[in-house]
Design a protein around this ligand. Structure first.
Ligand code: ATP
Ligand code: MG
Length: 275
């Protein structure tokens, strides 16, 4: 089975995160995998170039994780080679007053990818069934209905030609502790630390349940979840690069046919030069 498929959640499966690995690197050689990641990054850039040129399909990658799992570095390593013109990264923060005055998908829809583009969501509409649920930001009767709303919203995007790929970076609670400690001891990482990270960590189990429900209830053809072992950076980045590459290869973008006969246009150009 391909690496991309190995971590894909089967449609209809009820997810129990305790049975999914946070580290799966046994017997895998780091140097080999790092070379493959770099190769994948180049291939992804090439496929993105064709997707952009063809201007037909679009792809939305959703990245979700607990704090300090490494969403940012994953984006940097996997998409570091693509043309920035065709890829938009959107990081979803706490909603503004204006955003809260609308339905929860309002702010999200503004950032879905246009034809030929890739959008990367660093956090997403799933926060509205994660933090919103765990912290009781809205009553249960409201967040319970959101799974259905999310499925309808994603289906509308799929019907419009967007492929959706959802990735949960599965970090262990022990490893998160180490990463949070790094944020406190490494001066170049201090800026990333937030008191809120500790509060969220205290609610770890509630978050795991919320993730299990979100993944189980919102997992569909063309909008499938992947649960990626995240404790080791090099392994996580490689797996995500395999998933992204496989997604783009399946879409199979090609350079479009020229809009006019290139030879005829060349003749015209020569005549103009002569004239
Ligand atoms: P890092 O992992 O590097 O800390 P981050 O994604 O946590 O990056 P932050 O700016 O630290 O970025 O945090 C964003 C915060 O916004 C998170 O606490 C997240 O839960 C919160 N947030 C995002 N979307 C929503 C939402 N719809 N409702 C409430 N809170 C949200
Ligand atoms: Mg944070």
């Amino acid at each position: 089975m391909s690496v991309a498929k190995k971590y894909q959640v089967g449609i209809g499966d009820k997810v129990d995160l305790s049975t999914w690995k946070t580290d799966d690197a046994e017997g895998v050689e780091r140097a080999v995998v790092e070379a493959k990641t770099e190769e994948n990054a180049m291939i992804i850039a090439d496929l993105q170039h064709k997707l952009y040129a063809q201007h037909e399909r679009s792809v939305l990658f959703v990245l979700q994780a607990m704090d300090a799992a490494g969403k940012d570095s994953t984006i940097r390593r996997v998409f570091g080679r693509v043309n920035p013109q065709g890829v938009q990264v959107k990081s979803f923060k706490r909603p503004t007053e204006d955003e809260l005055a609308h339905d929860f998908l309002w702010r999200v829809h503004l950032h879905t990818p246009r034809r030929g583009h890739i959008a990367l969501f660093n956090r997403s509409h799933y926060e509205d069934v994660l933090v919103a649920r765990v912290d009781n930001l809205v009553p249960e009767a409201r967040w319970q209905k959101r799974y259905e709303s999310i499925n309808g919203f994603e289906q509308a995007l799929i019907n419009g030609g967007t492929e959706i790929v959802k990735i949960y970076l599965h970090l262990s609670k022990d490893r998160q502790r180490e990463k949070l400690e790094e944020r406190l001891t490494d001066p170049t990482k201090n800026w990333k630390f937030e008191a809120g990270d500790l509060e969220t960590r205290q609610k770890w189990d509630a978050y795991m349940h919320a993730y299990e429900d979100a993944i189980s209830q919102c997992n569909a053809e063309h909008a499938q979840w992947h649960i990626v072992p995240t404790d080791r950076k090099w392994y996580r980045v490689w797996v995500v690069s395999e998933i992204v590459r496989a997604t783009l290869e399946e879409i199979g973008p090609r350079f479009p046919e020229p809009k006019l006969d290139p030879m005829a246009a060349m003749k015209l150009l020569e005549q103009m030069n002569g004239g």
